[in-house]
Design a protein around this ligand. Structure first.
Ligand SMILES: [Fe+2]
Length: 326
């Protein structure tokens, strides 16, 4: 199947998800927009096959279909670049590595997490995400140059959201692959009890490094590509500043985001299963203890109600589901 002829209406988690067409952002390099549960993919189709980020583990079948639509088989992939080791960015790494024996390049911290089988630092066990360790053999340090086919990218370390987060900048075309460090209208979750309470300061410093680049197009880890980097940087920084003033706001935003991700991950769970899940993973209890005096019930109820009112989640026949594209 040629690009632009992606299978429409793939069924995902019981809902029909319209797949967006891959867009060629540089010669032979395609941007494939996914949703919230799966980070966007970048697929190099020539002169060899390579990927940047591989989605969430349970959606691998769709990832494969998207790659196939670009003429790429898992077994042909020579290199995976992981912008960080969060579950929605590395879900396909192990399977694709098994099929192709490809190398995986990432920030040295991410490599350390994988080598030490540390499942908390990349948030997997903290939030109860599904993910598999993989072998990482190439490290990308801040300011390293990475060749992807005919294209050169500068690696920019952008901690804050994730300690091992990197962005990739192509100076020739002024293109920034911003992963979860910069989105157009939103900010990725802050997880201070894993990343450290200075994660907000680090995230602001990361925005500062991105602000020094001349950027024509930003391709983020979630959402569509956009042009106005300065505007997005200002918005993101404003939100981070508000977190410094009001850490409870940061914690509420974190809980909202993780609730939505969890509903997608659990495939529209029964309310009681969702509640059970919250008890089985460390993050909810730790966050409520730290920021809301251990008031688990009121916090859970209020945030679920707020998300319902805003139309971000819904409840039918005692099942909770997210209305956002997974
Ligand atoms: Fe992330």
């Amino acid at each position: 199947m040629k690009p632009g002829k992606l299978p429409q209406g793939l069924h995902h988690l019981g809902a029909v998800v319209r797949m967006k067409e891959p867009v060629e952002i540089l010669k032979g390099l395609f941007f494939c927009e996914r949703g919230f549960l799966n980070a966007n993919h970048f697929v190099l189709t020539r002169p060899y096959k390579a990927l940047i980020d591989t989605g969430y583990l349970t959606c691998l079948e769709q990832t494969e279909k998207i790659l196939n639509s670009l003429g790429v088989k898992f077994s042909q992939v020579r290199l995976i670049v992981s912008t960080h080791t969060h579950s929605d960015h590395i879900g396909g790494n192990r399977t694709i590595q098994k099929a192709s024996n490809c190398r995986v390049a990432l920030h040295p911290l991410g490599r350390k997490f994988m080598e030490r089988k540390d499942s908390r630092s990349p948030w997997w066990s903290y939030y109860g995400h599904k993910a598999e360790f993989f072998s990482a053999d190439l490290t990308l340090h801040d300011r390293d140059m990475l060749s992807l086919g005919d294209h050169e990218f500068m690696v920019i370390h952008t901690p804050g959201h994730a300690a091992d987060g990197i962005c990739l900048y192509n100076p020739k075309e002024k293109l920034l692959i911003s992963s979860d460090a910069l989105w157009e209208n939103d900010l990725a979750a802050m997880t201070p009890l894993v990343e450290g309470e200075d994660c907000v300061i680090k995230a602001r410093q990361s925005l500062e490094s991105l602000g020094r680049l001349e950027v024509g197009l930003v391709c983020p880890g979630h959402g569509p590509c956009f042009k106005n980097a300065p505007k997005a940087l200002v918005k993101a920084d404003r939100r981070l500043k508000s977190y410094l003033k009001d850490p409870e706001k940061m914690a509420r935003d974190q809980i909202k985001r993780i609730f939505i991700f969890t509903l997608m991950m659990l495939n529209n769970p029964l309310r009681q299963d969702f509640v059970q899940h919250l008890k089985s993973v460390p993050w909810f209890q730790e966050t409520v203890d730290r920021y809301f005096n251990g008031e688990y019930e009121p916090v859970k109820r209020d945030i679920l109600e707020e998300l319902k009112k805003r139309g971000l989640i819904a409840e039918k026949q005692n099942r909770l589901f997210s209305t956002i594209r997974p």
